[in-house]
Design a protein around this ligand. Structure first.
Ligand SMILES: C[S@@+](CC[C@H](N)C(=O)[O-])C[C@H]1O[C@@H](n2cnc3c(N)ncnc32)[C@H](O)[C@@H]1O
Length: 295
């Protein structure tokens, strides 16, 4: 027997549905497309522009400051503001986070011990420290170390994740750990920000890993040669510009081979990066790399 509901109970829903019907179909479709493509549930708006003529070395390839989230001086007030826009469920459902966790859980976890050590190079605010440890996940017992390029960001990471280890490169291109220190090296949305130094950065990851390198959230070009790009991030009324390199798949995979690494798995990512000045749609990819001797 269905429960009797007072007539007024559904009134707002009925009214909304009537109002929706008054909106012409093409406008409704445009709204749906806008919502589906809306940049980020936290309100970050990111735009990309190709700069094909930019001379190599014409910019500071490591000048990224992790969007508007943390400025060069590690302004904690700004960081707090950024963190407040997050909640763990939202984080878990961000496209890039899902892509990275997906590769780590599907492809990496079966190959490593349940207590594997993971070095997260370019860890940003260190969000994978807690995301990897979620109860029930195959990475729940992994030992996490985050690496960032300034002491300020590292100080902020330590404050956000007090139980975890974070190391600063101090701006050096070298990861501050000995050779073969970690079972897995993760570079999530990081390699493209090293610009023309990407192959050197990847070689250093090969130096410090014992087993695997996971390169995730990597934008790749299928039909266009590798291209320098400008990224504009707008958040909370502020705007920042960063430089990055969109590698062609051919250049990336040739670079991997030149380092004696092998592609163990590759997956399409789900982040789209519409870029002004490029004819193709740019999207991200995830790669699992290992040494050739694993053949
Ligand atoms: C877009 S953020 C990605 C953060 C995080 N990995 C994620 O997926 O959410 C890129 C980060 O890489 C860092 N980065 C860039 N070059 C680096 C380098 N050579 N060594 C360490 N970190 C670097 C930047 O400071 C920035 O925080």
């Amino acid at each position: 027997m269905s429960a009797h509901r007072p007539v007024g109970h559904n009134a707002p829903v009925v009214a909304l549905s009537l109002i929706r019907r008054l909106v012409p179909v093409p406008v409704r479709a445009r709204l749906r497309r806008w919502r589906a493509g809306s940049p980020d549930p936290r309100g970050l708006r990111v735009a990309y522009r190709a700069l094909p003529g930019l001379p190599i070395g014409g910019y500071d390839a490591t000048g990224n400051t992790h969007g508007t989230h943390l400025n060069e001086s590690g302004d904690i007030r700004e960081l707090d503001e950024y963190i407040r826009t997050f909640d763990p469920e939202l984080e878990q459902n961000l496209a890039g986070v899902r892509d990275t966790l997906g590769l780590l859980h599907r492809q990496v976890a079966p190959l490593v011990s349940p207590e594997a050590s993971l070095l997260d190079v370019g860890c940003g605010i260190g969000r994978f420290a807690s995301l990897l440890r979620r109860p029930g996940s195959p990475s729940a017992r992994w030992q996490y170390t985050g690496v960032e390029r300034t002491d300020a960001i590292v100080t902020a990471c330590r404050r956000l994740h007090p139980g975890d280890l974070f190391l600063s490169t101090g701006g050096s291109p070298t990861i501050p750990v000995p050779d073969r220190s970690a079972d897995v090296v993760l570079a999530s949305s990081m390699l493209q920000y090293t610009g023309d130094a990407w192959l050197t950065a990847l070689a250093d990851m090969a130096r410090v890993t014992r087993q695997l390198i996971a390169v995730t959230r990597l934008p790749l070009l299928e039909q266009t040669p590798s291209t320098h790009c400008e990224q504009t991030v707008r958040y909370a009324g502020r705007e920042e510009t960063h430089w990055l390199l969109f590698l062609s798949r051919r250049d990336f995979e040739a670079g991997v081979a030149s380092l004696g690494l092998r592609i163990l798995a590759s997956e399409p990512g789900t982040e789209a990066m519409p870029t002004t000045g490029l004819r193709e749609n740019v999207s991200t990819h995830a790669y699992l790399l290992g040494p050739r001797e694993m053949d």
